[in-house]
Design a protein around this ligand. Structure first.
Ligand SMILES: [Zn+2]
Length: 112
């Protein structure tokens, strides 16, 4: 077996993954850093999307051209949940701001 952090051969039990605590800590710190970078990036996307929707949807219900959202940097890949209403219409939500695609590339934004 080799240490998955430094590649040194591990002496002793065959189920060990690290040669010592320093290697274990170094490995775990890197893993945590990667996931916090990823989470930070996703959180930033969500925050930006939420800010854009909140600034547009002042009255709680707003119809807007999709191209306008694109122009403001809204990223349609990032939302927090999807809600399907009884009438079949599907809204994607960013926290409490939801939107759905209408015909002719318009978007309806609603606040829940
Ligand atoms: Zn090691």
């Amino acid at each position: 077996m080799e240490c998955i952090e430094c590649g040194e051969k591990i002496i002793g039990r065959s189920d060990k993954k690290f040669c010592n605590d320093a290697c274990r800590n170094a490995f775990n710190n890197k893993q945590n850093k990667d996931s916090s970078n990823l989470m930070r990036n996703v959180n930033n996307k969500l925050r930006k999307n939420y800010r854009i929707l909140s600034e547009i949807n002042i009255d709680g219900k707003t119809k807007i051209a999709k191209s306008k959202l694109d122009g403001l940097g809204f990223d349609f890949k990032y939302f927090t949940n999807i809600k399907v209403y009884k009438n079949g219409s599907e809204y994607k939500f960013v926290y409490d701001q939801g939107y759905k695609l209408l015909e002719e590339d318009f978007i309806l934004i609603v606040k829940n």
